[in-house]
Design a protein around this ligand. Structure first.
Ligand SMILES: N[C@@H](CCC(=O)N[C@@H](CS)C(=O)NCC(=O)O)C(=O)O
Length: 304
């Protein structure tokens, strides 16, 4: 089996989710550090245009979005499943965190650290949002973000005060990892977890899984790996039942529903089912690559 290559940077909470999953599963992995802001020429040469972090590369297959990456890692380490996948309880938790918690954690931590964030960084994130980001407004948003985060974390405190050690039950699920990484980001903004002792103890357990065994790889070497491989066998075509009405072989655009400005991938639609969208991209630097997205959370359109 090809190496697991994670394209990421240290400060990214979603990357922390995958690093923690790799640690829990005890997997060896290759680490490619990508820039925190665009342009990311090596990354988009691999992904066909997706610039968000992290992505997982396995040979000439590229998996975008941590919900899908969690599924792929379950297949690599079936002895420690995290019950990831469309419709699972873990995926419901992942979606709750993505939609309700992540934005508040970002508002809190960005607001707390705004004096240390360079203009180029704020301009880049404003472009990704498709709306301006203003230092004064970011600072002013902190108290409300803190209050709303605390209300959500209060729920988690109740959930973790019962018989279960993890949100998922006796063992951690993909939802535990996404919740952990979002709260890790809030903790980096100095969020006070003292009123939430069960959450703080659970975070210590999640932290203790470590981060697996990374070894460095350059972006150029990762592109060479993609060039040297053929994509793996595709998952099933069930697109005839998909509400988009798109057909296999059509040229499509795929972009994230959340924070997705300027990060679309254009390619040939080769797999479509309730779990996954796959597009075939021909990259001048690494040839044929299959880029995979979860079906939920991504806008799929015919390319005009
Ligand atoms: N739903 C995506 C969200 C990924 C995401 O929003 N990542 C942030 C970093 S934590 C990002 O890409 N920010 C812009 C960038 O790094 O270019 C996932 O689960 O992977």
């Amino acid at each position: 089996m090809s190496d697991l290559i994670l394209h990421h940077y240290n400060e990214s909470p979603y990357a922390e989710k995958v690093r923690a999953l790799l640690g829990y599963k005890g997997l060896a992995w290759r680490s490619v550090i990508v820039p925190r802001i665009a342009p990311k020429p090596d990354m988009v040469a691999l992904t066909g245009g997706y610039r968000k972090v992290p992505v997982l590369q396995v040979g000439a297959d590229v998996y975008c979005d941590t919900r899908l990456i969690a599924q792929v890692l379950d297949a690599h380490a079936p002895n420690k499943p995290t019950a990831a996948g469309a419709g699972s309880f873990s995926e419901l938790v992942e979606n709750w965190v993505d939609v309700n918690l992540f934005g508040r954690a970002v508002a809190f931590t960005f607001g707390q650290n705004v004096d240390h964030l360079p203009d180029v960084f704020l301009d880049d994130r404003a472009a990704l949002r498709g709306a301006p980001l203003d230092r004064t407004a970011l600072k002013a948003a902190v108290p409300l973000a803190a209050q709303e985060l605390a209300a959500h974390i209060g729920w988690v405190e109740i959930a973790l005060s019962g018989e279960h050690r993890f949100i998922n039950g006796a063992t951690p699920g993909a939802g535990d990892f996404t919740l952990f990484s979002t709260l890790w980001f809030a903790r980096n903004g100095r969020f006070d977890f003292t009123p939430f002792p069960s959450v703080a103890a659970w975070m210590e357990q999640m932290q203790a899984f470590g981060r697996g065994g990374p070894t460095e790889l350059s972006a150029a070497e990762a592109l060479d790996v993609a060039a040297a491989h053929e994509p793996a066998a595709l998952t099933a075509w069930q697109g005839d039942a998909d509400a988009s009405g798109l057909k296999a072989g059509q040229t499509v655009t795929v972009s994230p529903e959340l924070l997705g400005h300027g990060t679309a991938v254009v390619g040939e639609l080769v797999a479509l089912n309730p779990e996954r969208i796959t597009v075939r991209v021909h990259s001048p630097r690494c040839g044929k690559v299959h880029v995979h997205f979860p079906r939920l959370g991504y806008r799929l359109r015919a390319s005009s």
